[in-house]
Write a protein that binds this ligand. Structure first.
Ligand code: CU
Length: 171
C-alpha cells in the first residue's frame, strides 16, 4: 500500500515538473521588413531549449535576444531592454551564465545568403514557468546588426524582427 502511495506521489510530481513549451512568432517590425519565423521553447532539466527558424534576414550575423516586455510596438522599442533579472553585464548566457550575462543574451543567429537562419541554443536557469526567471510574456528580438558583446547591449543597432513568447503546452 505504501509503495502505491509513493508511486502515485512521484507520478504527480513528475507531471508537475513536466516540460512546458512555448512559441514566439517572429514578424518584421516595419512594413518593409521581411523577417519572419518561429522560435520554439522547451523547459528541460538543463534549462530552456530554444529552437529558431527565420527567413527574410540580410545575410550575416544578427543579434538575438529576449527583451523585457511582451510588446513589439514602436519598431520593437516597446520590448524594452534585454531581459536582465540580476542586473548583470551584457554577455552570452550559455557560456557566461546569468551572473555574467543578461538572461536574455542568446548571442547571434547567422543568416545564409538566401536570408534563412536557424539556431538551437540552451539557456541555463531561465524558464517558461512562473517566477523571477520566467521568459513567458516577454519578447524575442532580432537585430539589424551582429552582437559584438560590447557593453552595455552589444551594439546591435535596430530591431528588425520581434515576437512575443506565449505558452503553448504543459501545466
Ligand atoms: Cu536585443
Amino acid at each position: 500500500m505504501k509503495g502505491i502511495i509513493v508511486a502515485a506521489l512521484s507520478l504527480t510530481l513528475a507531471t508537475v515538473a513536466a516540460a512546458d513549451s512555448g512559441v514566439a512568432l517572429v514578424k518584421g517590425t516595419t512594413p518593409e521588413s521581411k523577417v519572419s519565423g518561429t522560435v520554439t521553447f522547451h523547459d528541460m532539466k538543463g534549462g530552456l531549449h530554444v529552437s529558431v527558424q527565420l527567413t527574410g534576414l540580410t545575410p550575416g550575423d544578427h543579434a538575438f535576444h529576449i527583451h523585457e516586455f511582451g510588446s513589439c510596438e514602436d519598431v520593437g522599442k516597446a520590448a524594452g531592454s534585454h531581459y536582465n533579472p540580476l542586473s548583470s553585464p551584457h554577455g552570452f548566457l550559455p557560456k557566461d551564465g546569468m551572473h555574467k550575462a543578461h538572461s536574455g543574451d542568446m548571442g547571434n543567429i547567422l543568416a545564409a545568403a538566401d536570408g534563412s537562419a536557424s539556431l538551437e541554443v540552451m539557456l541555463p536557469r531561465v524558464t517558461l514557468a512562473e517566477g523571477k526567471y520566467t521568459v513567458a510574456g516577454r519578447a524575442v528580438i532580432v537585430h539589424e546588426k551582429k552582437d559584438d558583446f560590447s557593453q552595455p547591449v552589444g551594439n546591435a543597432g535596430g530591431r528588425v524582427g520581434c515576437g512575443i513568447i506565449v505558452i503553448t503546452g504543459g501545466k
